[in-house]
Design a protein around this ligand. Structure first.
Ligand code: UDP
Length: 375
């Protein structure tokens, strides 16, 4: 065997495993289908701005081990995500908090907001069974109609009634004037962009870009005893039980000859008519300045369009409904029987993981492997 470990894909899961393997002096080979490393956290420098090529990535976690780990790889800035929603030209703060309620209903106190929401959720009885019921029961009908329904249906291409309620539970609802989108203890963006982290994680590995493992699986399998597979689980098994559903995303990126387009990194367009879900203005992730602290004269924006995934597209989000859950279970059974292969990350575990959760899961795997090495 030429290598101790073959890593398929070069995102965070794969990177964390590679990093620890290298620390133990193991030889690693990385196969990456795209022409660059980093999976969906990859950044491209345009006009001095780190452009999040595959959508906004804001790091947040409450896990101290994960936070210390990523901080050992890069310095983090003080960025706090506070997206703004644009509903037919009306501007609201997200997540749903006193600023949103006050703007919407002209009220001032948490008691006033609670009493309106309570009235509006009246018709939802019992445990919410889908995203629509969950949303109305959390924030009432007005917010559901203006800030949730259109956005969610664009993002998922499905009616809110047909989506699982956990998706909306990702967002905090707060009766304080606090626009921080996340509840986590730690938050920020790596200074210099995510490539700084990716380069450190894969340092010392042999890398083959533009290489599709599944196209020549048998040959690559012979190169190492252990394989870490981070691609789609259904693709690995050649879709033998059929395709899992994913959502894909397409970006229209533009360089604008102005210094500030929308005054915020993330603006969500929550009505159904505007075809994109959000516009990202990348420079605001790093406060509009380059690494030397100089203000940047131009700006780069990306309009984000959501679509159903088809073969040949990039899969971004697993669609975690019942049908796909049952199908995934069948693939998982096959995966569990696959000797010497670790399936990890958003695509191989078919899970709507945030970055910190991917790292956490990879660190757990590292602990397991370390135990096995010692045994
Ligand atoms: N969401 C919404 N309106 C918004 C932002 C989010 O209804 O303006 C809902 C929507 O259902 C979305 C979910 O919250 O799918 C999760 O949003 P999040 O921002 O966590 O999604 P991500 O950044 O992972 O795409």
């Amino acid at each position: 065997m030429k290598y101790d470990c073959l890593l398929v894909g070069s995102g965070l899961y794969s990177g964390v495993i590679a990093y620890h393997m290298r620390k133990q002096g193991k030889k690693c080979l990385v196969l990456e289908k795209r022409n660059h490393m980093g999976g969906n956290v990859f950044c491209e420098k345009i006009e001095g701005i780190n452009v999040h090529k595959y959508g906004a990535h804001i790091f947040h976690t409450s896990n101290k081990r994960v936070w210390e780990f990523v901080n050992s790889l890069a310095e983090f800035n003080r960025y706090t995500n506070s997206p703004v929603a644009n509903y037919k030209g009306e501007i609201y703060n997200l997540p749903f908090n006193m600023n949103t309620f006050s703007r919407l209903w002209g009220i001032r106190t948490p008691q006033e907001a609670k009493s309106i929401i309570e009235k509006q959720r009246d018709d939802i009885k019992g445990e919410p069974e889908n995203l629509e019921e969950q949303a109305i029961s959390l924030v009432g009908r007005d917010i559901y109609e203006k800030l949730i329904k259109g956005y969610t249906e664009k993002q998922w291409g499905r009616e809110c009634k047909d989506l699982p309620s956990f998706i909306i539970k990702r967002l905090p609802v707060r009766y304080t004037y606090d626009n921080n989108y996340f509840n986590d203890l730690y938050q920020g963006i790596p200074v210099g962009g995510y490539n700084v982290i990716i380069n450190k994680l894969f340092e010392g590995c042999d890398v083959r870009l533009d290489t599709d493992y599944l196209e020549d699986k048998d040959t690559y399998d012979k190169l190492a005893d252990m394989i870490v597979y981070t691609g789609s689980i259904d693709a690995y098994f050649n879709y033998c039980y059929g395709e899992l559903e994913y959502r894909s995303v397409r970006f229209e990126t533009e360089i604008l000859d102005m210094d500030n387009y929308q005054g915020n990194a993330v603006v969500n367009y929550t009505d159904r008519e505007i075809p994109y879900t959000r516009i990202i203005e990348h420079k605001h992730f790093e406060f509009g300045r380059d690494e030397n602290g100089n203000e940047l004269p131009k700006t780069v924006i990306s309009r984000e369009y959501s679509s159903e995934w088809k073969r040949g597209y990039e899969p971004y989000y697993p669609v975690n409904n019942e049908k796909n859950g049952a199908l995934y279970k069948k693939y998982k059974e096959l995966a569990d029987r696959e000797n010497g292969v670790i399936f990890g990350g958003r695509l191989a575990e078919y899970k709507y993981y945030d970055m910190d959760k991917v790292i956490e899961s990879a660190l757990c795997m590292v602990d397991r492997l370390n135990k096995e090495f010692k045994a």
